[in-house]
Ligand binder design. Sequence first.
Ligand code: NAP
Length: 465
Amino acid sequence: MNACVQGLYLVAAGLFILSLRWMSDPATARRGVTAGVAAMTLAVVGTLAGLTAGGGTHFAWILAACAAGAAAGYPLAQVPLTAVPQRTALSHAFGGLAAGLVGAAEYGLGFGRGDPAALPSFTVLALVTEVLLGCLTFTGSLLAAAKLQEVRWLPQRPLTWPGQNVLNLGLLALALGLGGALVLSPMAPWGPACFLGLVLLALLFGVLFILPIGGADMPTVISILNAFAGLSAAAMGLALDNRLLVVAGALDGSSGLILSVLMCRAMNRSFTHVLFGAFGRLPPSGGPAPAGSYREDTVDSARQAMLEAGLVVIVPGYGMAVAQAQHRVRELYDLLRRQGVTVKFAIHPVAGRMPGHMNVLLAEAEIPCEDLVELEEINRDLPQADVALVIGANDVVNPAARTDPGSPIFGMPIIDADRARLIYVIKRSRRPGFAGIENPLHFLDKTFMLFGDAKTVVGELARQA
Ligand code: NAP
């Protein structure tokens, strides 16, 4: 039976790896999700089979936990796409809580046996790592979800005070000290009190870690918390001697870390600045505010310009997600294609509020993924584009990132919409985007604003004349 369980685990581990590989490309992403679900199913079946073979008797508890998980998970799966970042944060909170509880139970059971062989130092090291990361992920993710949900009792702005980093690092050092003492003397009479102290410090650290970070910047931090939850699960795998948990946790942890680094790079922020720098509190721009006034145009003339174009590049952003305009965008795409216009979508890695936000929306509208073009490639095409149509994107097309060293987004890679021959920008007002700064693109002679909700304006553009 054990060989059978290990065989199932091996297949599941392979499927987890393939799942990540396939999910990294929109063309194979659906297959990746199916592979992930299959891997998880095999992991659960294998674990239950192993329990049955070992004479496990706790199936009623396991079934009750499965039912509670399904009852909580079903409504969570129904949230709109704009709420996915906070939904993801809640999932990480549950993952962290599970790891923390399993770790605490394992330590309690081992200590209760009174036999030092039940708690070897390596197991305690794994348990301490698991509980530390699990507990801080739990409170940190709950707070992150609350900030993203913009709950009234929690300010969105970063909460900072003097000596904050010193306090946070001091608490972390204290927690690590308690963990070290437990590893050295797992069976000491003060062990359980020390363990409790470690749990409380980790829970507190999770809160203090998130408070200095602005609500709108939370997606990057969620990716870091994802990595913590994964590493916690890997440590749990070591403590429980479950190889699949080690593999799955390591994959989760490393992919979360890689994603955080990629997001930081795409936003031109350093990793240490995210962790220790009151992320989200952007300094004011040192450069001059762009002079000029908006030029507006009519939907009819914008449609005409696009119908006469050879190449139209559409740049979607957060506003397209807010307006849920993706199906109207599909109608416009169809109209232009029927007239022989080449249409490409410029996908910025941090457009919207979560990684892959634009890909998911455009895939939902069944836009062929070969027309979704990544930043570097589309920037090569943009000087040849007759029209760039910016739909609810702002920061990701802000040329100040290239030209204004005083700008908070200076150095961030952007989509060079300003290099197209003609630019149309759809947004509702003169308000800035996420970074809170003016966008000189809006004041170029060749830029025309189409003020209004993206769904309405794109719907009008897509209407046959
Ligand atoms: P953005 O800079 O936030 O701009 C979005 C624009 O959409 C706003 O100017 C807004 O202007 C407009 N808008 C909002 N609702 C609209 C509606 N219903 N119809 C039409 N327009 C609407 O968005 P972005 O260009 O996509 O850039 C993303 C930003 O988020 C970047 O600064 C990035 O660093 C940051 N970020 C992204 C991630 C990620 O993972 N994707 C994570 C963290 C942070 P009006 O209010 O005037 O309409």
